[in-house]
Design a protein around this ligand. Structure first.
Ligand SMILES: [Fe+2]
Length: 195
């Protein structure tokens, strides 16, 4: 895997895609399908943003779940493991922060007692961050487009009622839905049809 050069934003999406493929496609084929689908959604949402922000969004979408890769999983909390790995790989700080805080990871960090570790990065709370949450929350585990309510229900069913992730997603639902709704309102304002 080539290193990402400082200021090498032109090559960010190919670099991110190659990295995600190398980490996920063989050990975690379903995660690879999911992040490819999320990247497709992010590409659609990229129409809302400048080319630099659109590339950042797509790169963060394809990388957001690399923390599940067995070769880098360390704490077992995938947003943190992914951000730590990306920082060491020379990824731009905004990309690391978007991955660290994707889909309200801060709340899950609280539940896991990992708030201090995640606080190394700041949730930028921008439309780009909302669009990343939208891309994740509108993509099924197999990479198909879905809606946020079905996605939240699917996560709870997949993990089971007593699982921490299922509890987290129930508590996170209002913030997740709000980020999705803000993004979809931005699509309507910009006359962007994503379906
Ligand atoms: Fe995801």
């Amino acid at each position: 895997m080539r290193a990402l050069g400082v200021g090498d934003m032109d090559g960010l999406v190919p670099w991110a895609t190659d990295l995600a493929r190398s980490l996920l496609s063989e050990p975690c084929p379903s995660r690879w399908e999911h992040v490819r689908g999320a990247a497709s959604q992010a590409t659609l949402a990229g129409k809302l943003f400048t080319p630099v922000d659109a590339d950042l969004l797509v790169a963060s979408a394809v990388l957001h779940d690399i923390g599940y890769a067995p070769s880098l999983a360390c704490t077992g909390f995938h947003p943190l493991d992914g951000a730590v790995y990306l920082e060491a790989a020379g990824a731009p700080p905004r990309l690391c922060a978007l991955v660290a805080h994707h889909s309200y990871a801060y709340l899950e960090a609280e539940l896991r007692g990992m708030t201090a570790s995640l606080a190394r990065w700041t949730d930028e709370m921008t439309p780009v961050r909302d669009a990343l949450w939208w891309a994740d929350m509108t993509t099924t585990p197999k990479g198909q487009a879905t809606n946020v309510l079905d996605r939240i229900e699917e996560i709870q069913k997949r993990y089971g009622p007593d699982n921490l992730v299922a509890f987290f997603v129930r508590q996170a639902a209002p913030e997740l839905i709000a980020a999705v709704e803000r993004t979809e309102a931005r699509f309507r304002t910009a006359s962007i049809d994503v379906r």
